[in-house]
Design a protein around this ligand. Sequence first.
Ligand code: ADP
Ligand code: X2W
Length: 298
Amino acid sequence: MSILDRLQAAQTKAEVLVQALPWIREFAGQTVVIKYGGNAMVNDELKQAFVHDVMFFHHVGLRPVIVHGGGPQINSMLGRLGIESEFRGGLRVTSPEAMDIVRMVLTGQVQRELVSLINRDAPYAVGMSGEDAGLLTATKRTTTIEGEEIDLGQVGDIHHVNPAGILELLDAGRIPVVSTIATDVEGDGILNVNADTAAAAIAGALGASKLLMLTDVEGLYLDWPNKDSLAPTVSAEQVRELLPSLDAGMKPKMEAALYAIDAGVEAAHIIDGRMAHSMLLEIFTDAGVGTLVTKDNE
Ligand SMILES: Nc1ncnc2c1ncn2[C@@H]1O[C@H](COP(=O)(O)OP(=O)(O)O)[C@@H](O)[C@H]1O
Ligand SMILES: CC(=O)N[C@@H](CCC(=O)OP(=O)(O)O)C(=O)O
């Protein structure tokens, strides 16, 4: 590479840094909840890119909180153990036997892996389950399909979020990594909570400014699966209209986006986790990848 080429490449990097400046200034000190879906944890390079983005957020003064999923990882373990599992309305029907595996995979495998990956860079990450310090309590929920109420077993909807434990970690300069197992407020057991739902409730309780949801699709398609229908921005009102027609995977995500916005979170973003550094591009550049869900009046 000639000196001129090297100077031009350096100039481009400087421009990118300068472009990030207003966003860094705007978001410094704000809490951002990142929902890291199991389908976005595709390979080691992408996981490493995710960790670098989280570290970038942390070092420019944002307060990132990671709420992770792990649906595919749970499926794989259930399959290895020969335990049947099915999804109804985007939620896993969770028998007591499956519940043990869900807890084991989320808190013992996926969360540990993320915590270790971050801490290999710098020792900031601390894992938490929704069971820890009363973080998540839930009540048993069902789902309705074609007018019929379906029993989902040990599946919960958030009853209450006690964010004290997360706030203590954030104030100590840590990066909380949360698994979405909740204490059953009506019984003496635990409940399996969809990670999108939990992330939205946590974002609301923390007064987060953003909820970022990393998944395995470019964003919300208004006319799924028509690839020309990707929406760069949608209002909460539009999402409310779309909700009944949405397919399984996107439904809990859009319900979560609405919940977060109704709880005061300024924006929810659906971001393609299969693209390296998509979070940085969405937050700190003018490029705007993914779908931004905003309040009705914006
Ligand atoms: N309107 C839509 N726009 C985008 N994706 C959709 C839509 N409807 C359904 N989907 C599906 O939702 C999936 C994402 O949800 P899910 O598989 O639950 O991801 P995650 O594990 O990241 O939570 C996409 O891969 C896609 O197949
Ligand atoms: C009730 C319910 O469906 N819980 C989910 C929890 C994990 C999750 O939500 O993982 P993703 O974000 O990767 O989909 C499950 O058991 O798969």
